[in-house]
Design a protein around this ligand. Structure first.
Ligand SMILES: NC(=O)c1ccc[n+]([C@@H]2O[C@H](COP(=O)([O-])OP(=O)(O)OC[C@H]3O[C@@H](n4cnc5c(N)ncnc54)[C@H](OP(=O)(O)O)[C@@H]3O)[C@@H](O)[C@H]2O)c1
Length: 281
């Protein structure tokens, strides 16, 4: 598996398996399948309510803990120094591990600076190998990264061939932050990305599907992609992207698909923020 290097030198697989919307009942089977077909990066979150399933699958896999790169995220309801610290210990317990490879703040709301202090402490205590954020769009990311002591090593953003996140790249670069793409195939109810004629046409030449071209394009940009599927064949297909390389011209052509550079959710929309805080805060 190809890797990228985070600012603190930690190596992270460039392709992983995400478990958003994978039910607690299904999660153990899905993660077991994902590990058995070769994934070594698993992305979960406190808010997915399936950390136990991830932990059980890892424990039963027989794969050494240090061969798996495990990501989870602190949810808004656990924001603030004390609550976040407790929630990290709770995640460790559910995941049946004594360290998390990458811990992210899931959403940019609530006492994110308090949450970050708890994450920095967990990092210094060896409970976490790397820390970062998720869904921090440009201005929010700059404000946050400017003031914190340890800079976010990752920003996990909605990113795919239709949502290319070009605008935030220079900022991430300035803070030594790597991008991780959620929704790399377009997300739930996938349409545009895997049905793209341009991607499908390019794939024919290599014997690959549009989905594989979409994932290859992200990883070739140095962005970590974490596609989700509950189907073993698709898990295999999504992992099988390391035996071909898109040309510079093909990479450039895919840029023409960009429709919503910073994503389809406006994280500065008051109604959206109100909904999140009233539901989960
Ligand atoms: N930080 C955040 O706020 C955030 C938000 C969303 C997601 N995430 C993370 O990112 C991961 C991936 O994002 P996502 O789950 O939203 O979207 P995604 O991986 O882009 O797309 C998943 C959808 O694509 C389908 N699919 C998978 N492989 C396919 C293939 N080869 N061909 C056609 N369809 C395929 C899946 O269906 P089947 O399952 O039926 O195969 C599912 O409906 C999540 O699981 C989660 O870990 C993070």
């Amino acid at each position: 598996m190809e890797t990228i290097k985070l600012a603190n030198g930690v190596e992270m697989p460039v392709l992983g398996y995400g478990v958003f919307m994978v039910t607690p009942q299904e999660c153990e089977r899905c993660v077991s399948d994902a590990l058995s077909v070769g994934y070594r990066l698993i992305d979960t979150a406190q808010a997915y309510y399936n950390e136990e399933g991830v932990g059980a699958a890892m424990a039963k896999s027989g794969i050494a803990r240090d061969e798996i790169f495990l990501t989870t995220k602190v949810w808004i309801s656990n924001a603030g120094e004390q609550k976040a610290a407790q929630s990290i210990d709770e995640s460790l317990r559910k995941l049946q591990t004594d360290y998390i490879d990458l811990l992210l703040i899931h959403q940019a709301y609530g006492d994110v600076f308090g949450t970050w202090r708890a994450m920095e402490q967990a990092y210094r205590a060896g409970k976490v190998r790397a820390i970062g954020v998720s869904n921090f769009q440009k201005a929010r990311f700059f404000d946050f990264a400017h003031y914190v002591d340890i800079k976010p090593m990752v920003n996990q953003l909605q990113c795919n061939a239709l949502i290319q996140q070009r605008g935030i790249e220079p900022l991430l670069h300035d803070f030594g932050t790597r991008m991780m793409a959620w929704g790399p195939l377009g997300g739930q109810g996938v349409e545009g990305v895997v049905k793209s004629e341009l991607l499908a046409g390019m794939g024919e030449h290599y014997g690959k599907s549009a989905a594989q071209v979409a994932l290859r394009w992200l990883t070739q940009r140095g962005i970590v992609a974490i596609p989700k599927s509950t189907h073993r064949e698709r898990m295999e297909q999504n992992l099988d992207i390391f035996d071909f390389e898109l040309t510079a011209d093909e990479m450039h052509q895919i840029e023409s698909l960009n429709q919503h550079d910073q994503g389809t959710i406006n994280f500065a929309d008051v109604q959206f923020v109100k909904h999140l805080i009233e539901t989960y805060g």
